[in-house]
Unconditional design. Sequence first.
Length: 447
Amino acid sequence: MIRSLAAACTFSNVSAVNVSKKSAPHPLTARPRASKRAAGLALSVAVAAAAALPAGPAAALPRDEKPAVSTTPGAPGKPANDPPPSDMSKVGGDQLGQAGTQARLGAGAPVLPKDVTARSWIVADAESGQVLASHNAHWRLPPASTLKMLFADTVLPKFPRDQQYTVTPADLAGLGPGSSMVGVKPNLPYSVHDLWLGVFLRSGNDAVHVLSSMNGGVPKTVKDMQDRADELQALDTRVVSPDGYDMPGQVSSAYDLTLFARSGLQNKDFREYCATATAKFPGAEGKDKKRETQEIQNTNRLLTGDFGLSPYKGIAGVKNGNTTNAGATFTGVAERGGKVLLVTVMHPESAESQAVYKEAARLLDWGFAANGKVTPVGELVPPKSATTGTGAGSTQGGTKNRRGQEAAAAKGESGGAGVALAIAGGALVLVAGAVFLINRRWPLRKR
């Protein structure tokens, strides 16, 4: 049995601004109330007509294949005091490449909360892709288990959820010391559905390695993830391990993690897993050869509460992570009053308990209060295939074709015309007492 608080979610450039901040009321006060409307009511949606969207900022820049020396925190157990680099990526807009807090507050806009200590963060509109505010958005930092969002976006569509797979000892080889586990046992069968619950709820590296074996092995999966990151224009990301385990050279950014979440949330299974609060997971066989089950709970504290927190009102996922090297990381999506926001927080430096969740909640509170009162500082760019017509997730044309697209965009050939794509056959779903429509928009570049 699975308990889910949510099952789905929907879906520009100036000089740097140092924003003065005031205290915000504590965001984690009320538990979500159950809606009286049933979740999962079927609804057919026609494909929307062409719609004008805000002008797209600078397109993706070529990846720097040299290791990022000054952008990775120190060795495990050592404090990370290095400053953000001065030459960060400008994907999504020039202002996003600048160090420090970036925001353009209009009349009546609330000031940003002062008690946010994350080294990097971003608040974005999940539907339009507009970045409402950011702080070192393209700083390349270790992502911890939030990288599992890219793993899921890459691998989840490949296997039907009811497919059965018998785990071998070799599938579980190579797990890093101290890895988070869901408890996958060798020589026993598991459904793909069970394995994904292990990935999302318990951040199980063992489940990740089994799914990677099904996908052809860890090296192939790492390559597939890197290709997917490139397709999403997440050029701050370098994948070394599919589970996010600390590895030399493995980095991502708040901007890229937000791209992964936005892409993954287009998949209904992704939405279901990241919004599941508790579930039953198969264990070992008993003496009577019957499988035992254990209850697992999602480690996303804004979804489930616990440790002094209450579930965040409107939360619908997505993924948390924590390692010695990366510190705490978190990407979340929430909805209020028809507005859907994405927030990513990387490595808060506060000693406050559960700081990554509290800071994410404060930024979400600010984003909802600032709706319509700020000028975007950038945007979440669309996948490359959305601008070339090669199909979702396609990388046809190779590096030469991609570089040609990037060069064209650098010459100013990106424009503001776009097409709003509604998913045909959407659903009304329960999300912490709020019901909203699955939707997707990819702003298209002028040809």
